[in-house]
Design a protein around this ligand. Structure first.
Ligand SMILES: Cc1ncc(COP(=O)(O)O)c(C=O)c1O
Length: 380
């Protein structure tokens, strides 16, 4: 059975050019970047080139780019490392949005248990943060504000530049999880005005287990992972050179091909919607005027998302009920409930996420199968 993969917000396949860039570092060029000899120096040069590439593409300096084991580590580090460093400066309050990824949400919950004053920003119905809520939450003892650029379940884009400006005026750090933005929006840390920003390689056809945390120079940060002097003494652990090389190659290709991919994905979304919206009682969750084309959150009233997901899986169509990290849990999505959906409505919602390699033909077939599956499930 030919599978139709519509879960690109969970992960993407490795690009062949990226694999080619990585292969030497998985085979002949196996050095440890910290070894003080020729084999080590070659490895270090590869890491330096990758860092330079990423820095240039996000408008940062190379020494502001830290490689991590992925988006989760980068998010944990920004929140926990940032909050601890701010506490040392006398600031005990952190503000996070209600729709953050679990990597931010649970880091903030950990800090709350440790005595930090954690404020969770509410959402409007469309899944966006209101600037008035940010203003109301900011206090002189606010050390850190975290709002993601694009939500992973709805694709809704947040007013990051405006929130960053409010945080800056208040003397608070601003962290942006840009994991879902990176594949589709040019990242520019200076223009966005962020102090920290994370993204992850496997969302743009790079290897899994590799991410970036940008930390503006001058920002005080505690270490999250101790045990080595790598990443300028701030993140211990032997550098995963093939992954770092792959991340940089994938990100460079992603930036170079972004506008063509975005146009294609926009057309695929329109094709899909033109078919699906002919069903009764189907809704798009989230403000689609302010959402990326690649992520579509649909609600089919009267259908349980897990039933739809399993039925489509049997028919070869891969979609998600929410974020991949939470898909094994039976809880309704915290993102959708924060937007005001009832638990029942949240459980009637699925996420479809398109990719640059999907074809029109696949999209038409997936939409027809989804329509038929919804009609069948509604009969029960
Ligand atoms: C918004 C967001 N942040 C963080 C992560 C975690 O990234 P990683 O899978 O690299 O740990 C994800 C992954 O789904 C995500 O969508």
């Amino acid at each position: 059975m030919e599978r139709i993969y519509l879960d690109h917000a969970a992960t993407t396949p490795l690009d062949k050019d990226v694999l080619d860039a990585m292969l030497p570092y998985l085979t002949t060029e196996f050095g440890n970047a910290d070894s003080p000899h020729a084999v080590g120096r070659k490895a270090m040069m590869a890491v330096d080139r990758a860092r330079d590439t990423v820095a240039e593409l996000v408008n940062a300096k190379p020494n502001e780019i830290y490689f991590t084991s992925g988006g989760t580590e980068a998010d944990n580090w920004a929140i926990i490392g940032g909050a601890y460093a701010q506490r040392a400066l006398g600031k005990n309050r952190i503000i996070v949005s209600a729709i953050e990824h679990h990597a931010v949400k649970e880091a903030a919950e950990k800090l709350k248990k440790e005595g930090f004053d954690v404020v969770v920003l509410p959402m409007n119905e469309g899944g966006r943060v209101a600037l008035s809520d940010v203003k109301a939450a900011l206090t002189p003892d606010t050390g850190l504000v975290a709002v993601m650029a694009v939500n992973n379940e709805t694709g809704v884009v947040q007013p990051v530049k405006e929130i960053a400006a409010l945080a800056r005026e208040n003397g608070s750090l601003f962290f942006c999880d840009a994991v879902q933005a990176a594949p589709y929006m040019p990242l520019n840390v200076k223009d966005w005005g962020v102090d920290m920003l994370s993204f992850s390689s496997h969302k743009f056809y790079g290897p899994k287990g590799c991410g970036v945390l940008y930390i503006r120079s001058g920002v005080k940060m505690d270490r999250l992972i101790v045990g080595g002097e790598q990443e300028r003494g701030l993140r211990g652990g032997t550098t995963n050179i093939p992954a770092v090389v792959g991340l940089a190659a994938a990100y460079a290709k992603n930036v170079a091909t972004m506008s063509a991919s975005n146009e294609k994905i926009q057309r695929l979304r329109e094709t899909f919607l033109s078919e699906i919206l002919t069903l009764d009682n189907v809704h798009i969750n989230g403000d689609s005027e302010n959402a990326l084309a690649a992520v579509l959150n649909l609600r089919f009233d009267g259908v349980r998302n897990e039933d739809l997901l399993y039925k489509l899986d049997l028919e070869g169509v891969c979609i998600a009920a929410g974020s991949a990290c939470a898909s094994a849990s039976v809880k309704p999505s915290h993102v959708l409930t924060a937007m005001g959906l009832t638990e029942e409505k949240a459980r009637a919602s699925v996420r479809v996420s398109f990719g640059k390699n999907n074809t029109e033909e696949e999209i038409r077939r997936a939409a027809a199968l989804m329509k038929a599956a919804v009609e069948t499930l509604r009969k029960f």
